[in-house]
Ligand binder design. Structure first.
Ligand SMILES: [Cu+2]
Length: 229
């Protein structure tokens, strides 16, 4: 009897420990919430709402992804996430359907194909090379992990962009590949931060000066006393 009670208690403790650890990890993954409160009940839901415009915002499943086929690079038209971006990284959700292609171009010969990391076309996902875009220049596909790039074959050095596949719980690993985009986001963020910092520094400097002023006077007084002794 006693033993079993003990065992149960131990299990409870173990479980509690595990929950604590999980909560801690979740905190780390959030937006720099490094407050070590393991069991804040209200940090469970909103964490994700805070970072809506991080890099690699996933394109909604079912979206028709449309480009302007320019020899210098694919120019995003739709959806909004890629509009006006050159060779934007497409973040897609594994197992979801998408359409990709081009309606208009610069009059040169283009096509579009989806390749894996070894530059091989995946599952015949390629269109005929032509100077006219349209429905024939769109591919319907299901996002799969092997997809690495979308490419125009005649201009594969300039018209090429990355595909990021968000799997189940693998989003974290993908972040490293998005560093280029991250840097752009960071710059924007830094811009704002710098303004904040300047304001803060301004105040700080004034505080410091006042403090120093007082300190100097204190020192002089003290020195005076010292000399007298
Ligand atoms: Cu091309």
């Amino acid at each position: 009897m006693r033993d079993s009670t003990r065992a149960t208690r131990r299990n409870v403790l173990k479980t509690a420990g595990a929950v604590g650890a999980t909560a801690f990890i979740a905190g780390c993954n959030g937006n720099g919430n490094d407050e070590p409160d393991d069991e804040e009940p209200d940090d469970e839901e909103p964490a994700n709402d805070e970072e809506p415009d991080e890099n690699g915002e996933a394109i909604e499943p079912g979206t028709r992804i449309e480009f302007d086929a320019q020899t210098a690079g694919w120019v995003g038209i739709e959806p909004e996430e890629i509009a006006d971006e050159e060779n934007p990284t497409l973040t897609l959700q594994e197992g979801e359907e998408y359409e990709i292609g081009w309606e208009e171009g610069d009059g040169s010969q283009h096509n579009i194909e989806i390749r894996d990391e070894d530059d091989e076309v995946i599952d015949d996902l390629e269109t005929e090379i032509t100077d006219e875009g349209g429905d024939d220049q769109f591919l319907e596909f299901e996002a799969s992990e092997e997809m690495a790039t979308y490419v125009c074959e005649p201009h594969e050095t300039t018209m090429v962009g990355d595909i990021e596949i968000e799997g189940n719980g693998e989003a974290e690993e993908d972040e490293e590949d998005d560093e280029a985009e991250d840097e752009m986001d960071d710059e924007e963020e830094n811009g704002e931060d710098e303004m904040d910092d300047e304001e803060e520094n301004g105040e700080d400097e004034m505080d410091d000066e006042e403090e120093n002023g007082e300190d100097e006077m204190d020192d002089e007084e003290e020195n005076g006393e010292d000399e007298d002794e």
